[in-house]
Ligand binder design. Sequence first.
Ligand code: CMC
Length: 427
Amino acid sequence: MAETLTITDNRTGKTYEIPIKDGAIRATDLRQLKTDGEDAGLVTYDPAFMNTASCRSRITFIDGDKGILEYRGYPIEQLAQHSTYLETAYLIIFGELPTAAQLATWTRDITLHTMLHENIKKLMEGFQYDAHPMGVFLSTVGAFSTFYPDAKKIFDEQSRKKQIHRLVAKVPTIAAYAFRHSIGRPYVYPDNDLSFAGNFLNMLFKMTELKYHVNPVLERALEVLFILHADHEQNCSTSAMRGIGSSHVDPYSAMAGAAAALYGPLHGGANEAVLRMLAEIGSLDQVPAFIKRVKSGDGRLMGFGHRVYKSYDPRAKIIKQTADQVFEVTGKNPLLDIALELERIALQDEYFVSRKLYPNVDFYSGLIYQAMGFPVTMFPVLFAIPRTAGWIAQWEEMLLDPDQKIARPRQLYQGAGRRDYIPIPKR
Ligand code: CMC
């Protein structure tokens, strides 16, 4: 028997059978609930899309209560242990793990696109010396649309593939140039002998040496962090990517908007807030007083809690192990002890336990990035590099989905009723 929802409209006394498919009703089915012929029909009111599925997706699965995150069905723990970022990006974008031959071709295609057009470099040189690297990053991604006008052919599969290669390959180069620019160092060109993460480290940190030697522990740590951040279903920036892309603009313009969404402190900036909080606490003996303050409603324990995860964020568990490996190379981040003590107390405190507040992905990632030598302004850029895979996959899925149209939410108008214009002297 088909599943339906029976609704009785008390305004009219009429009863409606609304089909339920895949655990959802279609909001447009509610339009038939009208009081009279003039009425446009019932709408749903859902600020922040708290309970509205805006698409069907086959990319990322999250069970927030159980702490499960899977890309295309593969658990994040297995990918973090066995995969590389490029392999995971392939999986996210094309839907399956690549064969050895497919991975070799994909890696080659990405490697061939790592360089930036010299005019892009000049454009980046025009930014102020203290420009925020994320501002530089998103402006440069947007500027790509003027360099690659062929990207407008969004329904041409070959053209889409080309832009995918360009985007995945060039974002680390933009990020590294933005970083070098912010500290007044000359740009380092990509070294295609190195891995994706290794080359990124080269472009960031190479000085006068002829060949940059990549530390394998830091290279692997970066790969793992990139895998963990590659997609997270319909979050704020991904919704921006889909929403902007739904106007059929080119992917560079859409991705500039997605990166802008990630720039915000409520999205890509939380790990920076964690570091500020740890520095403000300052020492272990101040931890209990800080927890007391948070419990009294004065501030939040940054890096704790999540809209979706109501148990330990699976990414946080993996990051904690990665942090230990990184600190063996870089020396321990002095703020780590404060973080561990905060976590220890919070995990047994009734306030945090009853509200299901556990460490999220940002609780430890900032500590790792800082130990690796990144300034906090680079944190959202480090997030944007791997999230490019997720944004592109979600954009393409949206484009090819026959259910999708240009994004255009409704509103509940609560402003003034019709009134006549008043000339200035009479106001
Ligand atoms: N510290 C102290 N109390 C908290 C915290 C926290 N970090 N997070 C939530 N609460 C309390 C909140 O005060 C509320 O208590 P009460 O019921 O007494 O009013 C209850 O827990 C529920 O909070 P909420 O604000 O309704 O939860 P939300 O789902 O709207 O917010 C959140 C989720 C992530 C915005 C929030 O937990 C938070 O602000 N955390 C700190 C910032 C942070 O770490 N953000 C990174 C998120 S992960 C990044 C990503 O995945 O992209």
